[in-house]
Design a protein around this ligand. Structure first.
Ligand SMILES: [Zn+2]
Length: 379
């Protein structure tokens, strides 16, 4: 009926007049991490994913960070271990059941466990959007007794610090001691270095059986372990390996003047700049603590007589003392740099230019070669 309808309309009108309909705008949501406002939860979640991606949790051990595995071979303090971006941590030690460890307690946990292997799961989770990042990290603590290491060093010098070593001598060194398992790596690394020297020299009588190309692998695996130890024998072997692989450094351990001088000399040839005479201190013939491969020894001998050493004007990279030895790419570069440096100092421009040209694309000596090739005297 019209009358009733009219009454109803009027009631509806009165209601909407007093409570006008407003299209409800949702309350903006502030990002809990940066405070920026977002229209709704979907927009906030998208923002969290894009602008605040979940960080993968990391572990720092000493100066290394973000690796999947760490070996601790020397005494450490809790400050050497740091958990980064983790909200929780689970640890299984020596294959036992996992336990929960608060991330900030992990350094002390690892320290107190002594020599052990830990499988660590670091979790970084966020309640705001239920995201989670995880990292699985293996930490092996194997710290040998100082007396065991001293004994191994002594045996290494006794068995292997000789001019002509053989595989038999390396085996005798290996068998001369059965160290606790934590020191086995150290013994193995020193043996690997000796095998690397034999592999590099390829002398039939030495009993070496690996192909020449494998000497770098032996050196690198030895270096990975020995670099952790600041003991005279270990640091000398690491410096020898670095010299062999053309990783020259001015900060070489004292006590091995020949090795130190050789590193210094080649350091001056790895950047653009003038060529200098090598500094010679003392007249020591070998690094008393370790076997040195014959090519390296020949380079040191030449450095003593630099710039007028035998073979300094032979166009091939060989020296008279290395004629029957295979040369690595690193040796060839070192020998050419040695000859080019000598020629520059002696004013033999043509000869220097040929050697420098061969070094143009070398990772270590390229810059130095370019510098001299562009100098007015040679160009
Ligand atoms: Zn934000």
């Amino acid at each position: 009926m019209p009358t009733v309808g009219w009454i109803q309309d009027s009631a509806h009108d009165r209601l909407t007049d007093s409570f006008p309909f407003v299209r409800q705008k949702p309350e903006p949501i502030a990002c809990p991490l940066c405070g920026k406002a977002w229209a709704d939860r979907t927009a906030l979640l998208a923002h969290l994913g894009i602008d605040h991606p979940m960080r993968r949790p990391l572990l720092r051990v000493g100066t290394r960070v973000g690796l999947d595995g760490y070996e601790l071979r020397t005494p450490f303090t809790p400050a050497d271990i740091e958990v980064i971006s983790a909200t929780a941590c689970r640890v299984s030690t020596n294959g036992r059941n996992e336990v929960l460890v608060a991330p900030e307690q992990l350094p002390a946990f690892v320290l107190n466990a002594g020599n052990a292997t830990h499988s660590i799961k670091l979790l970084n989770s966020r309640a705001e959007d239920d995201r989670e990042a995880m990292a699985s990290i293996e930490v092996r603590v194997a710290i040998p007794q100082a007396e065991t290491l001293a004994n191994i060093d002594e045996l290494f010098v006794h068995h292997l610090a000789h001019d002509r070593i053989t595989i038999r001598m390396v085996d005798e060194f290996r068998r001369s001691v059965t160290p606790e398992s934590s020191a086995a790596d150290y013994l193995g690394a020193l043996a690997d270095y000796a095998v690397g020297v034999l592999t590099k020299e390829q002398r039939q009588v030495s009993g070496a059986h690996l192909p020449f190309s494998q000497f770098t692998g032996k050196f690198q695996s030895a270096r990975r372990c020995l670099v952790d130890f600041s003991r005279p024998v270990a640091t000398a072997v690491v410096a020898l390996i670095d010299f062999n692989l053309n990783n020259f450094s001015r900060s070489q351990p004292a006590g091995f003047p020949e090795l130190q001088n050789a590193h210094h000399f080649y350091c001056t040839l790895t950047g653009a700049g003038k060529t200098q005479r090598p500094v010679q201190s003392g007249n020591i013939v070998t690094v008393a603590a370790c076997p040195v491969d014959a090519v390296t020894a020949a380079i040191w001998e030449a450095l003593k007589l630099f710039p007028e050493f035998p073979g300094c004007d032979e166009p091939s990279p060989q020296l008279p003392a290395t004629h029957d030895l295979p040369l690595s790419e690193f040796d060839i570069a070192k020998l050419r740099a040695l000859k080019a440096g000598a020629a520059l100092l002696l004013g033999k421009q043509m000869f220097a230019r040929d050697q420098l040209r061969a070094l143009r694309h070398d990772a270590r000596f390229g810059k130095w070669a370019e510098y001299h090739l562009e100098a007015p005297a040679l160009s």
